[in-house]
Design a protein around this ligand. Structure first.
Ligand code: NAP
Length: 337
């Protein structure tokens, strides 16, 4: 079966093309059944391509929830309100749930950790328990920031040691998810980027801002190494996991997904500068310790399970960031502020 996702990629590309010849992971559990998938955080950077991919695939019936950007095909559900979540689960009757809703910005998290904990820890725990009671298997998106970066690359079972409140909150969310059901799964991912209406939605695309707003050198960190992941690539992998999640047959409980291409912010800035019409030599190495919430210097996620399943397919950074910036340009988001 070919699932066209051209709107996600800005090019003609299907799930099958994205994943190559390994068709087994795309085979439906039961060709006569449809899997009903509920997605929290469906208005976000990853939620949008995931929901679009599910809606384009006849094997799935998808329902997305959002909060401030709800409307259209997105239900307005405050996931910190257990009664609202339970009513939504009762109505949707999902077979599986993909839990994306979160506060994912470490600096914002650090400003009000109690509020962020209510979303990332308390709401996650309540959702995991409600899903387990309904025999709905859940996959929870977590972060490479659960590690401290001192012994990269990391396998799923390696020791965690988050350096910031966001990583601590995600680790607590992971623990409540895995405690609630042996069939729930955690998927850790690195920093994301993708199509958007504005540069600020991703810590990758936001690097363009300084090139657009000034003419001089742009100092960019070279101490931290990142493995930026293109959100539509992750959406394809998550869809590939859903039949196994529904059956309760996925390895786990913790899974990793990551591209293998390492970049510093300066490396990304050089490429991004050239794509927004700026001189790439304006991207200058900043050797000083970064400010803000502490972040690990290098966390590469080793992905043995998803590699074995044929689910790691990565659009090259230069191509994926070009498509992402093009979407932002079309939305009018590349103007100087
Ligand atoms: N982005 C990254 O670089 C990154 C890196 C590692 C892991 N992750 C993880 O991957 C997942 C997806 O990230 P993302 O970048 O797609 O996130 P995002 O773009 O920041 O979107 C966050 C989502 O959470 C929803 N949300 C926030 N508060 C809510 C509430 N009270 N009730 C219901 N929904 C609420 C938002 O809805 P509205 O916008 O409609 O309010 C939005 O859909 C997250 O779990 C994140 O922690 C992300």
């Amino acid at each position: 079966m070919y699932v066209h996702a051209s709107s996600l990629y800005g090019m003609e590309l299907s799930t099958t093309e994205a994943l190559g010849e390994n068709q087994s992971i795309l085979a439906p559990m039961n060709s006569s059944s449809t899997i009903t998938v509920a997605v929290t955080g469906a208005s976000g950077l990853l939620g949008r391509p995931l929901l679009a991919l599910l809606e384009s695939d006849s094997r799935y019936r998808a329902r997305g929830a959002a909060w401030s950007r709800a409307g259209g095909n997105l239900d307005r559900i405050d996931i910190t309100d257990p009664a609202a979540v339970n009513a939504w689960l009762y109505e949707v009757k999902p077979d599986v749930l993909v839990h994306l809703a979160a506060e994912r910005r470490p600096d914002v998290y650090a400003e009000d950790p109690e509020a962020a904990d209510r979303l990332n820890i308390d709401a996650t725990e309540a959702l995991a328990i409600s899903c387990a009671a309904r025999e709905v298997n859940l996959i929870f998106l977590s972060t490479n920031y659960v590690f401290d970066g001192t012994s990269s690359p990391y396998l799923p079972d390696d020791e965690t040691n988050p350096l910031n409140d966001y990583g601590r909150g995600k680790l607590a969310g992971e623990q409540s998810v895995t405690a609630a059901s042996g069939k729930h799964r955690v998927l850790r991912v690195p920093m994301l980027y993708g199509s958007s209406g504005n540069l600020e939605e991703s810590s990758v695309t936001v690097l363009a801002r300084a090139f657009l707003d000034s003419d001089g050198p742009v100092l960019l960190d070279v101490r931290q190494t990142r493995y930026p992941a293109y959100a539509p690539d992750l959406a394809v992998a998550i869809v590939g996991l859903l039949p196994g999640l529904a059956e309760g047959s996925l390895p786990g409980p913790i899974l990793h997904i990551s591209p293998g291409e390492p970049f510093t912010k300066r490396d990304m800035g050089e490429i991004i500068a050239s794509l927004v019409g700026a001189d790439p030599s304006r991207a200058v190495a900043d050797e000083r310790p970064p400010t803000g919430a502490p972040r690990p210097e290098e966390v590469q996620l080793a992905c043995p399970n998803l590699e074995a399943m044929g689910l790691i397919k990565t659009t090259p950074f230069r191509e994926a960031i070009r498509v992402s910036l093009e979407s932002i340009r079309e939305a009018g988001g590349l103007s100087p502020e």
